[in-house]
Write a protein that binds this ligand. Sequence first.
Ligand code: ADP
Length: 334
Amino acid sequence: LRLVGASADAEERAAEMALRPKSLDEFIGQDRVREQLSLVLDAAKGRGRTADHVLLSGGPGLGKTTLAMIIASEMQAPLRITSGPAITHAGDLAAILSSLAEGEVLFLDEVHRMARPAEELLYMAMEDFRVDVVVGKGPGATAIPLELPAFTLVGATTRAGMLPAPLRDRFGFTAHMDLYEPAELELVLRRSATLLGVDLRPDGAREVALRSRGTPRIANRLLRRVRDFAEVRGSGVVTGPVAAAALEIYEVDALGLDRLDRAVLDSLCRLFGGGPVGLSTLAVAVGEEPETVEVVAEPFLVRAGMLARTPRGRIATPAAWAHLGLVPPRGTFA
Ligand code: ADP
């Protein structure tokens, strides 16, 4: 999965690390998730136990990794980070699980992309803190039970619907993370600006927040680009007009649509007459994986009221045609 619009190179990872909230109190927005999670953690601490397994679902850049780090730090437990695609054999997972420290938090990103045999091993590990290690092959194979230290699994997925029910059911707590409201992103931006020493004015924060596709990672990234622009072309002060001019250069339009979003809408309207068209056909037209279109572009386009998912396929709304400056074929919205 290439996370277009949310990819992380080395510079970006370092910048992200510096801006990560370290506690639940510093974590902005997602109020319900925060409250529920703090109850789960406090209860576990009160009982002197490891916390229940937690499933975080939501698009890239919404704060899943950040929350996993916060869970570990609130539980004063070490944190191990891995991801579904890195686990290609059950043995990979068995090796990780058996090397965990007592109480450790295991963050398993993209848990829906783990190999099936590993998934089955995980069921037992989550439930009984035990795995069966199979030795040998065929009729002579024997399963040797192996006790594991108690751990907390924090699974993250961009698509909760892709998880098999037996796996989903083994998480004691599931949190769904939505796109952020512009007002929440303004708070994220103000916090980041303070940490980075950027002179961000209220109208500048508003302008960047409105163009960040509901995503803190994108907000922070745009802030860095806007700061570059303000330093090179201006006095370093980020006002609304400065932010707007900078983001024009980076091809982020007034509604925050990026290049992939526009490509999706453009294909939908120009190639497919506004739809309905199936996800995979649409993905081929824009040269991306269906999952990327579905997970990265669509949630925001749906939220912005420009794309609708129907049983017959994706359709462009009147707002999409208007945004592209196109006129829908006659009779489309009769
Ligand atoms: P995910 O794991 O969901 O892809 P991350 O946890 O890596 O997202 O978050 C991406 C960036 O966005 C991080 O650098 C983090 O600083 C910032 N961020 C995410 N959520 C919040 C939040 N609620 N408050 C402040 N910053 C956030």
